[in-house]
Design a protein around this ligand. Structure first.
Ligand SMILES: NC(=O)c1ccc[n+]([C@@H]2O[C@H](COP(=O)([O-])OP(=O)(O)OC[C@H]3O[C@@H](n4cnc5c(N)ncnc54)[C@H](OP(=O)(O)O)[C@@H]3O)[C@@H](O)[C@H]2O)c1
Length: 228
């Protein structure tokens, strides 16, 4: 009984949670019993997104919309889900608020219009840039880059594993708990430097989607059990 209540003790902020990916993740975490704060540049837009999620969950959860900064200030865990063009500015705007908290970066450094071509930033990856912006002692994980938003706002199974990289084992372990709470399988994929591969893989999946007429190509890790 105690265990079922535990998620409510944690508040997750989803910065850019008004968008496709962030709203889907917020829905899944709210459904799992976490308190979720939707962050946005516009509090009004965030309130609207939060009420949409509450409607889907028939009011049986706690989702609140506010500004990105307030969401980051009030949360225990902060998830960043904005287009790469907004990555640096958004991180800098919440830098003080995320001190001492886990930041999970979902951002893929896509460079439109050539989103089917891997074009990584000079620092290696968006996650490494986040680490450079937040500082060496920041707890950063990187996850969900290969998870299409298409199925997140449904209760359907998402046939895509989540590779989780992070600045520490604790950051990865905490993030894998949230991956599982969202109904997916998460794998400890090593240090934050490995995020370059995961972020790059997204362009490969987008290419596959285009090539084969799909919307949510994904990946599965085989040959190992996640219970091990
Ligand atoms: N969509 C997917 O299937 C998917 C899958 C895996 C990873 N990702 C990655 O996850 C991130 C979010 O993807 P998404 O598809 O959810 O993006 P999105 O819907 O285009 O944008 C997400 C939110 O970011 C904010 N935003 C947009 N442009 C901005 C700007 N110029 N400056 C500041 N904030 C801005 C907006 O929030 P406000 O206007 O409310 O501030 C928007 O609702 C991206 O990095 C993407 O590559 C996406």
């Amino acid at each position: 009984m105690e265990e079922e209540k535990a998620p409510l003790l944690l508040t997750i902020a989803v910065l850019g949670g008004t968008g496709k990916e962030g709203k889907g993740l917020a829905y899944r975490w709210a459904k799992a019993g976490y308190k979720v704060l939707i962050g946005s540049r516009s509090s009004e837009k965030a309130v609207h997104a939060a009420s949409e999620i509450m409607e889907l969950l028939e009011g049986s959860s706690s989702v609140v919309g506010t500004s990105n900064l307030e969401a980051a200030e009030q949360a225990n865990i902060v998830v960043l889900s904005v287009p790469y063009a907004a990555h640096r500015d958004t991180l800098e705007s919440v830098k003080d608020a995320v001190k001492g908290k886990l930041l999970i970066d979902v951002t893929v450094p896509l460079v439109p219009p050539k989103v089917t071509k891997v074009q990584m930033p000079l620092d290696g990856s968006a996650a490494q840039e986040a680490k450079a912006i937040l500082g060496d002692d920041a707890q950063i994980a990187s996850a969900f880059q290969n998870t299409s938003h298409e199925l997140l706002l449904t209760d359907g199974e998402v046939e895509c594993d989540v590779l989780v990289t992070g600045s520490s084992k604790e950051a990865r372990t905490e993030t894998i708990k949230l991956v599982e709470a969202a109904g997916l399988t998460g794998w400890d994929a090593g240090p934050i430097e490995n995020s370059v591969v995961v972020e790059g893989l997204t362009s490969v999946l987008i290419h596959i989607n285009k090539q084969y007429g799909s919307t949510h190509a994904g990946i599965k890790i085989t040959g190992v059990s996640s219970d091990e």
